[in-house]
Each structure stands twice: as C-alpha cells, then as structure tokens.
Write a protein that binds this ligand. Structure first.
Ligand SMILES: NC(=O)c1ccc[n+]([C@@H]2O[C@H](COP(=O)([O-])OP(=O)(O)OC[C@H]3O[C@@H](n4cnc5c(N)ncnc54)[C@H](O)[C@@H]3O)[C@@H](O)[C@H]2O)c1
Length: 244
C-alpha cells in the first residue's frame, strides 16, 4: 500500500525526464494522472492536457481541467522547467522572460488555481520541483538559480499559508539529474554527453548522477500521506554533492 491508490494527480513537464518517471511511478502506485506538456505523444496517462505553460490561460485552467478529466484533484506536481546558462551579463531579455514564465509564473498560476479546489475537497498535496541551485548559488546560471529560488520561497510561503486548509506544499530540490536538460547542455557546449555524464557522476559522493526515478521517489513520498506532517519543506536530493 502506497497511500496513493485512487488519488488524482496533475503533473506538468510530464514528457520530460523527471516528469515521465513521476507519471509512471504515480500510476504504478495506483493514482490517476493528468499529464501536461507541450507534446504528449506516446505518453501513457489517464488524461492528456497538452499546452504551453507560457500561456496564462492554459496554466490558470490546468487544475480545473485535470479535476474535470479525473473526477477530482489531490496532487499537483509542478515539474516543468527550463534552464538558461550564463551569468546575468550573458542573459537576454527573452531568456529572462521565458525563464520567469515557465519556472515561476506557471507554478504560481497553477498553485493559485489548485489550492481552492483542493481545500474545498478536504485537502491535497503540491510538490514543486525546484533545485539545489535555487537554495544555494550555482555558478554561471544566474537567472535559472533566481527562478528556482523564487519557486523555493513560494513553496515555503504557501506551505505555511495553506496548511490550515489541509493543503501541504513542499519542494524537491535535486542537484544534477541525468535527463535531456543536462545532456542537451553538454551537447551545446561541444561535450560528448555520455562521457560528460560519467565524469560528472564521479564528482557525486554516492558515485553516480541521479536518475529520474531517484527524484520521482521523493516526489511520491512528499505527495503521499507518509509526508503528512511536512509543509513548506525544501528537500535536497543530491547524492551528498553540495552546489559548488
Ligand atoms: N536535470 C537536472 O539536472 C535538474 C536538476 C535540478 C532541477 N531540475 C528540474 O527538474 C524539472 C524537470 O527537469 P528535467 O531534467 O526532467 O528536464 P526535461 O527538459 O527533460 O523536462 C522538462 C519538461 O518541461 C516541459 N516544458 C518546458 N517548457 C514548457 C512550456 N513552456 N510549456 C509546457 N511544458 C514545458 C518540456 O517540454 C519538458 O518535457 C525542471 O523544473 C528542472 O528545472 C532538473
């Protein structure tokens, strides 16, 4: 028994590395899942809600759409995210605007819509996917770190503000995870992703990079009643590797 049987969940970024693992593991645990991403072709989910999170109307409506498709809404996983590399001096207006829209504004809109729905139905759990790189300053990713810090702060504030309504809000903060987000960054800088991932794994005290299921396991824990007394927590999942 996982405690997730029969629960209804919305997962954003569902077609990405971590998102796919979260969708699969939630469904294996007995939950119904509404998947949200730009392209959901070939993804197994109980409902597919394709769209672009930079569209405010789409983000605002996602929780109600998920509840309508699944017959309720108990869990929201704000997992979609983008990364832009470089210091502030290398960041364009477009990088800033897009990073804020996807990493901050969309989770804000989704939480704002989801919380009253969940509270009205007796409660629920929101899990935001922030980053260790939002809890501490990471090198050469100023705007990404800022957006993840904003999401971490929003999580802490909402965790306090909505606990009395039975809505628990927490965040998972991974360090590097072996997904397209990481590998495409290596490829853009001219590194062989396979070699770079192996070398990066050696810098982790546990001896390997995180795989998506390592993060999804913690997402499911925070979404479940096993985390029933956790509100506003930022859970670092880093294999022992600090941001350096
Ligand atoms: N991979 C890492 O090293 C790492 C580390 C810490 C935190 N994270 C966070 O984990 C989350 C998942 O990342 P991932 O590594 O699985 O990356 P990923 O690139 O594999 O997945 C991200 C997903 O978000 C979706 N997305 C992006 N912009 C969107 C938009 N405008 N509208 C709708 N969907 C959109 C993408 O289509 C993609 O499927 C992100 O929030 C990321 O910041 C990742």
């Amino acid at each position: 028994m996982t405690g997730l049987e029969g629960k209804c969940a919305l997962v954003t970024g569902a077609a990405g590395g971590i998102g796919r693992a979260v969708v699969r593991q939630l469904r294996e645990a007995g939950a119904s899942v509404a998947a949200a991403d730009r392209d959901l072709a070939g993804l197994d989910a109980d409902a597919c809600l394709p769209g672009d999170l930079t569209d405010p109307a789409y983000a605002d409506y996602l929780p109600a759409a998920a509840a309508g498709e699944l017959g309720g809404l108990d869990i929201v996983v704000n997992n979609a995210g983008i990364i832009r590399r470089g210091p502030v001096t290398g960041c364009s207006d477009a990088d800033f605007t897009l990073s804020m829209a996807v990493n901050v504004e969309a989770p804000f809109r989704i939480c704002r819509s989801a919380i009253p729905l969940m509270a009205g139905a007796g409660g629920g759990a929101i899990v935001n996917v922030a980053s260790c790189w939002g809890v501490r300053p990471g090198p050469d990713h100023a705007v990404y770190c800022m957006t993840k810090a904003a999401l971490a702060s929003l999580t802490q504030c909402m965790g306090r503000d909505h606990a009395r309504e039975g809505v628990r809000v927490n965040a998972v903060c991974p360090n590097e995870v072996d997904t397209a987000m990481l590998r495409s960054g290596f490829a853009r800088r001219g590194f062989d992703p396979e070699t770079a991932v192996a070398e990066l794994g050696e810098t982790v005290p546990l001896g390997r990079l995180a795989q998506p299921h390592d993060i999804a396991d913690v997402v499911l824990f925070l979404a479940s009643d096993r985390a029933r007394y956790m509100c506003g927590a930022l859970v670092e999942v880093n294999g022992g590797k600090p941001v350096s």
